[in-house]
Ligand binder design. Structure first.
Ligand code: ADP
Ligand code: ASP
Ligand code: MG
Length: 402
């Protein structure tokens, strides 16, 4: 079998953990498998590097930030190769250049376009364990890029797809995918299986256990994923197209504090206004999430929407720049202390009353809803950030997920 195994930062945080991972990989290798390992940077290394960059220059260019961040993963892969070598097993580390992991050019949130597999194949053919840097790529300018926070999962899935691997295992610091973040909702339950679509919604809505693009890519290429603990041998969660069990009404609750609301007040109530507003943002690659438009009155209307909190400053600056020209409005309001709480479940498609039940749970604990958005398998509400844990627990209990 060809197995791709990915280990997150906490799983390689120190010498002992590096050897723990090395031994797990060596076991598969000694059982006759071809093993490709994808690693994140050790512990909180990526956060530390980002803090260092900010200290030197808060407005550092994204190219230089990516150049810096890629060092984190180079440390973990080379140390891992040394650990395996010391266990008497041939292993080699490769970075994004050495593999040739081609991405789009957007620094900080590049997308993988193509992976050259020749080098990996030839190292495997030499009976080596191949250890690849997660999170990083190279663009057409010959520069390093990174895939966005948590992006090593996506590297692993992309490599598994490119190599047509028999298994893709994502090892982390929890036992699998839970009905909610077990650190926020202690009675959350581990799921044995979940569909790509549900997992994609959960990870896009804040369940950081998998990078959302990794799930998107797994679905696209039919890569079955297993999310499991690097610390024990429990079975974990399988992420795949169809699951055997009856579809649950709600399979999980997610929260995302990296959210801000922008309200554009007093826009002209005319055709083309929404187009102009969102086009300005789209041209700068700013993703907009929940959108709410008020009923027009006296020839004006308001549009409010959410963006990721880390892009709110840029978004407002862009809008302010166009206020005198194409975007006439009375004022632009920003609220940063908001968060999204969402429920996800394939079963809600055919069930009335799921949204009402979620709203009731929030009413029970006195949490006010600021915005609502729904899809076939999801309901999202925007609330005050301070109530996130209370809201998650209430919603989780309401649907008896524990
Ligand atoms: P890694 O470094 O291994 O990639 P991450 O911190 O990125 O680990 O992801 C694992 C974390 O995801 C867990 O520690 C947990 O707090 C968080 N998490 C959020 N939502 C969920 C969920 N629904 N199920 C499991 N873990 C979750
Ligand atoms: N090291 C990167 C991060 O902290 C990538 C990852 O861990 O997946 O975001
Ligand atoms: Mg992660």
């Amino acid at each position: 079998m060809l197995i791709v195994k990915k280990f997150g930062g906490t799983s390689v945080a120190d010498k002992e953990k590096i050897f723990n991972v090395a031994r797990r990989c060596v076991e598969d290798y000694k059982n006759g498998n071809e093993v490709v390992v994808v690693l994140s940077a050790m512990g909180k290394q990526t956060d530390l590097l980002l803090a260092q960059a900010r200290e030197i220059n808060p407005n550092a260019s994204k190219r230089e930030v990516d150049m810096l961040l890629t060092t984190g993963e180079q440390i973990s892969v080379s140390l891992m190769a040394m650990a395996m070598n010391s266990l008497g097993v041939p292993a080699i580390s490769l970075n994004a250049f050495q593999v040739a992991m081609h991405t789009t050019s957007v620094y900080g949130s590049a997308r993988i376009k193509r992976i050259d597999v020749d080098r990996i194949h030839s190292e495997l053919a030499n009976n080596k364990i191949v250890i690849v840097t997660g999170f990083q790529g190279i663009n057409s300018f010959g520069d390093y890029t990174t895939l966005g926070r948590g992006g090593s999962d996506t590297t692993a899935v992309a490599i598994a797809a490119a190599l047509n691997a028999d298994a893709c295992e994502i090892y982390t610091d929890v036992d699998g995918v839970f009905t909610a973040d077990p650190r926020l909702v202690p009675n959350a339950k581990k799921l044995n299986e979940i569909t790509y679509d549900e997992m994609l919604e959960l990870s896009s809505l804040g369940a950081g256990v998998l990078h959302n693009r990794s799930v998107e890519m797994a679905k696209k290429y039919g890569v079955q994923l297993v999310v499991r603990s690097s610390l024990n041998n429990s079975e974990g969660t399988v992420v795949k197209e169809e699951i055997k069990m009856e579809k649950m009404l709600v399979s999980g609750v997610a929260a995302d504090k990296n959210t801000a609301r922008i309200a554009v007040i007093g826009l002209e109530d005319q055709p083309g206004v929404a187009f102009k507003l969102f086009n300005h943002l789209a041209r700068h690659n700013i993703n907009v999430d929940i959108i709410l438009q008020s009923v027009g009155r006296n020839g004006t209307k308001d549009i409010s929407f959410t963006v990721a909190e880390d892009s709110v400053e840029e978004a407002v600056e862009i809008l302010e720049r166009h206020r005198a020209g194409s975007l006439k409005c009375h004022k632009i309001d920003v609220e940063k202390s908001v968060a999204k709480v969402s429920i996800v479940g394939a079963g809600m498609m055919s069930n009335a009353g799921v949204a009402a039940k979620m709203f009731e749970a929030l009413y029970d604990v006195g949490v006010n809803i600021k915005m609502i958005s729904t899809s076939e398998i999801r309901v999202t509400v925007l609330i005050d950030e301070i109530y996130v844990e209370k809201a998650m627990k209430a919603v989780h209990d309401k649907f008896s997920l524990a």
